[in-house]
Design a protein around this ligand. Structure first.
Ligand code: PLP
Length: 404
């Protein structure tokens, strides 16, 4: 490590809140699938900022849209209209087949906004007695970091000593449709769930789960809220992960790659009813729907489709998954993935996944461990076959080492 890197780490440690434990690399530049550190070492980004960089680092067309808009108009607040909001609505609705859109900034804000909206829908449209609305969520969920959200997390690290928490949430097992059926009551307004649990370690539910979930929600007049903040926008090889089971959510949450990593942009997408219950003054955000965000998101959606990134995620994801499955290493317990949302789960005896991520860093790959024993792999969707093969060679040599 060079002295400049050590200085950066020391200064961060001295002044910053210690709420992250980053890998010891200081990045200063990115392009496509690659990032460079302050010593000009190059790395293949296999995290993509938790899937916010699906379009690749500093995509030139998104950059151009951002710069152009930044010269013209950045923020109006929603007290006035701006000329980017209407085309953004039109384009995101056409892309996703949604009827109404609520623009926000971070993913967690989209989740909070959805919770408020489905509760309001429950009281005003379903007839749930005021203050009684119930929302069902899954164990090992990850929906963000606000108080409302960590209150229904099952991860002690994220919730301990942050209470008291808001009531009204019921937690069931992920991937278990019978548990959902049992948990629904007349006061249930929504089921909030990730199509694939990302932070939990890329947990894919059994085939047919979401078909059954859709049936149960429809039969009981419960809004199905899919948090596609990580799985959406091409990551799994489809525009939305719900398409793998041919279902449609009532409410879909997007964030992360909605801006291609340039800017925090999120959105709640819904049928007419759920967002239709919001009236002026009842919800808002100073930055939500601002012209800079809308211009960036429009370009980010456009390049995703025009440059074939979704199809590429499907084909390169299949290649990556096959390659990982071909690695013969007794450190590996399971390899999972859909599209370019992949994970290698190690045997507990193989040592911490973090050690493997540090070894990968030494070979020019940045990946991130999750939950002690899982390495998550999620490169930008612009990755090529040669780059997948290059990465696979390095995964193979790393995974056959023993760090226990
Ligand atoms: C990242 C993420 C969020 C939270 O998004 P932020 O922009 O960090 O607030 C919510 N849900 C899922 C599934 C995520 O992956």
């Amino acid at each position: 490590m060079s002295s400049s890197i050590i200085d950066f780490l020391a200064t961060e440690a001295r002044f910053g809140a210690h709420n992250y434990e980053p890998i010891g690399v200081v990045l200063s530049r990115g392009e496509g699938v690659w990032v460079w550190d302050t010593d000009s070492n190059r790395y293949l980004d296999c995290l993509s900022a938790y899937s916010a960089i699906n379009q690749g680092h500093c995509h030139p067309k998104i950059l151009a849209a951002m710069v152009e808009q930044a010269h013209r108009l950045t923020l109006t607040s929603r007290a006035f209209h701006n000329d980017q909001l209407a085309p953004f609505y039109e384009e995101i609705a056409a892309l996703t087949g949604s009827h109404r859109v609520l623009p926000m900034n971070s993913g967690a804000e989209a989740v909070e906004s959805a919770i408020k909206s489905v509760r309001k829908w429950g009281y005003e449209m379903k007839g749930v007695p005021d203050g009684q609305a119930e929302i069902i969520v899954c164990a090992n969920n990850f929906h963000g970091r606000t108080l409302g959200i960590v209150g229904f997390s099952t991860d002690p690290v994220t919730r301990t000593h942050f209470g008291p928490f808001a009531p009204g949430f019921k937690i069931i097992a992920f991937g278990d449709a019978a548990a959902l059926e049992e948990a629904i009551t007349p006061n249930t307004v929504a089921f909030l769930v990730e199509p694939i649990q990302g932070e939990a370690g890329v947990i894919i539910p059994p085939a047919g789960y979401f078909t059954k979930v859709r049936e149960l929600c429809t039969a009981n007049n419960v809004m199905l809220v899919l948090d596609e903040i990580q799985t959406g926008l091409g990551r799994t090889g489809k525009l939305l992960a719900e398409q793998h089971e041919g279902i449609e959510a009532d409410v879909t949450l997007l964030g992360k790659a909605l801006s291609g990593g340039f800017y925090p942009v999120s959105a709640v997408l819904s049928n007419n009813e759920v967002l239709g219950t919001l009236r002026p003054g009842q919800h808002g955000s100073t930055f939500g729907g601002n012209p800079l965000a809308c211009a960036v998101a429009r370009a980010a959606m456009r390049v995703l489709v025009e440059e074939g990134m979704i199809e590429n995620a499907a084909s390169q994801g299949a290649r990556f998954l096959e390659g990982l499955k071909d690695i013969r290493a007794n450190t590996i317990r399971e390899v999972r993935g859909r599209g370019l949302m992949l994970a290698v789960e190690l045997h507990p005896e193989a040592g911490r996944a973090r050690r493997y991520c540090e070894a990968l860093q030494g070979k020019g790959i940045l990946a991130k461990d999750t939950h002690e024993h899982t390495i998550r792999i999620a490169p930008p969707l612009v990755i090529t076959s040669d780059q997948v093969d290059w990465a696979l060679e390095r995964f193979a040599t790393t995974l056959t080492q023993d760090f226990s």
